[in-house]
Design a protein around this ligand. Structure first.
Ligand code: SAH
Length: 222
């Protein structure tokens, strides 16, 4: 699976993508993440990507032509028409169902807005707008990275244990069950010196009961 991210901060995106599960997926060749510097698609000496809004008002707007050129270059490079997503607080809210749908695409292009956003005409080249929640970020980079992270972990073999993905919250219409690791007992700290214990059933070795307990706990978390 391939992700192309168009941004004025390619370093931020490239650096974040090197970490953890996504970083390992890139190293193993399962996923490609390419950050494209929007300034590379400008034609003026000062590599200007933004301009003042028509009609007046505060802030700057990302100019359309560099974004159009970036999309042309990405499509030419891949030889197909990839799905183009615009990060935007006005978009479809990202849910696990949306993530699953996106994970079936061979290639996603993510456009990162900045300032007041992008020139409205960019939307003519966008298949879908994606929001990561009802709040306003200063740029689309973090949103694009959220999409890459959530989608990449559904690409086959990216997460080592397939079963772990299948049990994750939202995948089965349930939240995940509680997880514990060693030690079996520990002090809660503070004045009371309470002991925090791992539920006995998990150490019982009784797999059917463990399964039942996990199901019950997941249901209680709804
Ligand atoms: N003026 C715009 C917000 C611009 S914020 C509005 O009110 O709709 C600047 C950029 O950050 C946006 O173009 C978008 O790319 C990104 N962004 C901000 N909030 C976001 C969110 N909740 N989800 C996805 N992207 C977001």
């Amino acid at each position: 699976m391939r992700f192309d991210i168009v941004t004025i901060f390619p370093g931020m995106v490239a650096e974040a993508a090197k970490t953890g599960v996504v970083g390992r997926a890139i190293e193993r060749g399962l996923v490609t993440v390419k950050a494209h510097d929007l300034r590379d698609f400008t034609t003026d000496r000062h590599r200007v990507v933004d301009d003042v809004p028509y009609g007046g008002g505060p802030g700057m707007v990302l100019k359309p032509e560099p974004l159009f050129r970036a999309l042309d270059a990405i499509a030419a490079e891949s030889g197909r028409k990839p799905l183009v997503l615009l990060t935007s607080p006005q978009g479809t809210r990202l849910t696990q169902a949306v993530v699953e749908r996106l994970s079936r695409e061979p290639q996603l292009v993510l456009l990162c807005g900045r300032y007041e956003g992008v020139d409205e005409r960019v939307r003519s080249r966008v298949d879908e707008e994606i929001s990561i929640g009802d709040y306003v970020l200063s740029g689309g980079e973090l949103a694009a990275l959220v999409v890459v992270d959530a989608v990449a972990r559904l690409v086959p073999d990216v997460v080592g244990d397939e079963e772990s993905v299948a049990h994750d919250s939202f995948s089965r219409g349930l939240l995940d069950f509680p997880h514990y690791t060693r030690p079996a007992e520990m002090s809660a700290g503070g004045e009371e010196q309470a002991t925090l214990k791992v539920p006995d059933v998990l150490m019982s070795g009784h797999h059917a009961e463990i399964r039942r307990w996990r199901k019950r706990e997941a249901l209680l978390r709804r």
